[in-house]
Design a protein around this ligand. Sequence first.
Ligand code: WQD
Length: 351
Amino acid sequence: MSKILVTGGCGYIGSHTIVDLIENGYDVISVDNNTRSTPRILGGVEKITGKKIKNYKVDLCNFDDTFAIFQENTDIIGIIHFAAYKSVGESVLQPLMYFENNLNSLINLLKCVHEFQISHFVFSSSCTVYGNPDKIPVTETTPMKPAESPYGLTKQMGEQIITEFAKANTANCILLRYFNPVGAHPSILIGELPIGRPANLVPAITQTAIGKLPQMTVFGDDYDTRDGSCVRDYIHVSDISHAHTLALQYMIEGKNSSKCEIFNLGSGDGTTVLEAIKAFEKVSGVPLNYIVGPRRPGDVIAIYANNELAKKDLNWELKYSLEEMMTTAWKWELRLKTDEKFYSGKPSELN
Ligand code: WQD
């Protein structure tokens, strides 16, 4: 079987992608230093797939340790690179930590791609690279505006590094720009494990609804949008994950038309924060305790994807609706309540 290395395999999208890769016949190993994740999530992957996943607890910023993984696994044909810090707010407070971690790890990985002649490289990018777009929906050729945070800048720089690397090396590369991944695997055996107070909307909603958070704040309802709250493109994490498998297959089958291609992974629908809350209340039956507060600095007013390229070239078909995103997110929150220790969001307690 073709072996794929998934970096950040104990993370939210990484673990869901491992499930999809296995279900599509790939052999998978993970590398994750578990500073912001727990290897316990691979127990959920095993329950779903029946496969035990080996995780190398390695920091990709350590070149020698990273290199050793490839020496031990000379049958790796592709890499899906998720591992990175991803908190917009934290990146504003600690930019150097973000540049060092997100870029050094990428460069070390690309050195190994070159050294071991790995054929296929998929990069976890983000709609954050568009900044505050002038025109929506955004296509893959929508010009990038200045990044709104150091986190977003690491994604813009990462894309540029990979683009130049692909020109000078044999590897084929694909950059996948996620919009807002939400929800949990339909088995409700894996899902998002925010550490500490969640910054993202949907875990903030579900934690408020279950009583982990006393109340939620909607960050502004005075924007120039249909109901005054920000517009985003929410997309189910399992739809995002399957797109990674399709991107690999696209390159393995030689269908890529250039050395480095870009795809938007969004639902193509714009949803406001207040509409997302209403969708949650509808599927859960739980009225949400929220207030409207001041705008959050750095928030993009409105963005959603034109996803036609991924649908056409990758044969990507979306399976989950906004209601199903909210339903699986809520069922996962309920699962976390019953299984607090196993899925605790504090990895240090569980390693
Ligand atoms: C969505 C909307 C908030 C929390 C995220 C990630 C970023 C990137 C893209 C991966 C905004 C509002 C939120 C709350 C709120 N992902 N909100 N109250 O900012 O679009 O970016 O997705 O690359 O890393 O951060 O997502 O979920 O934080 O916010 O009103 O308690 O929900 O203001 O309008 P965002 P988000």
